[in-house]
Design a protein around this ligand. Structure first.
Ligand code: MN3
Length: 248
């Protein structure tokens, strides 16, 4: 088990011990409930209709209230089986998944833990079009340095989102001080070390859900139209803040 970035040695030793213990011993539910605060569905930071016409209210309502809620429930169900692991921040659990010995628990944490993390992030990096704003000067300069121009960056990102076969996500990540575009299948993300062979790992700054549930009601099969419209509701203030924190 490799020590994930962003985790100190003490946290890593605790995580390694927790995953080993959790795999060997099935705890009873009562003790898990006593020691672990369950994950909860976060409130959307805006109304369901706030992203219209780019993302419709009905899609937002189902996406948040049904799909995201299902991931939260699945994550909590999996964590009941590994209560020592449940004490750790979700980011640390996702970074340490290969060390979770029980395959069914590992898969549930990957799919539902990834789903919870990805959607919580997704809601936060969107905002009504009127407040979309623009990247900070530093982020704009970093995008230009990495991709040539803002338009070139969007083209690269759009291609990653369009080419992701089936369900998944496109991402802008900061890794080793560099901005990179990548994509992941299903609910995998760039925090999951050792699980996603073709994806760049790093700190997610921007992410786009290209599961059909994210756009099908309004766009049907026209994923490219959804991708193009989505740029109108990117919360550049939130993305710039994440960049500043990750680059510090
Ligand atoms: Mn989704």
């Amino acid at each position: 088990m490799k020590q994930p970035a962003g985790m100190n040695r003490r946290q890593f030793v605790q995580l390694a011990a927790a995953t080993a213990a959790g795999a060997a011993v099935l705890p009873d539910r009562a003790s898990a409930a006593e020691t672990t605060a369950a994950h909860t569905l976060p409130a959307l930071p805006y109304q369901f209709a706030a992203l219209e016409p780019h993302i419709d209210a009905r899609t937002m309502e189902i996406h948040h209230g049904k799909h995201h809620a299902t991931y939260v429930a699945g994550l909590n169900g999996a964590l009941e089986k590994v209560p020592d692991l449940a004490k750790h921040p979700l980011e640390h659990i996702l970074a340490g998944l290969p060390a979770v010995a029980d395959e069914s628990v590992r898969t549930a944490l990957r799919n539902h833990g990834g789903g919870h993390w990805n959607h919580t992030f997704f809601w936060e990096i969107m905002t009504p079009a009127a407040s979309s704003g623009a990247p900070s000067e530093k982020l704009a300069a970093a995008i230009t340095a990495a991709f040539g121009s803002m338009d070139d960056f969007k083209k690269t990102f759009n291609e990653a989102a369009a080419k992701r076969f089936g369900s998944g996500w496109a991402w802008l990540v900061l890794t080793d001080g560099k901005l990179k575009v990548t994509s992941t299948p299903n609910q995998d993300n760039p925090l999951m070390k050792g699980l996603v062979p073709d994806a760049e790992l790093g700190t997610p700054l921007l992410g786009l859900d290209v599961w059909e549930h994210a756009y099908y009601l309004h766009y049907q099969n026209r994923r490219a139209d959804y991708i193009g419209a989505w740029w109108n509701v990117v919360n550049w203030s939130a993305v710039s803040k994440r960049f500043a924190e990750a680059a510090a």
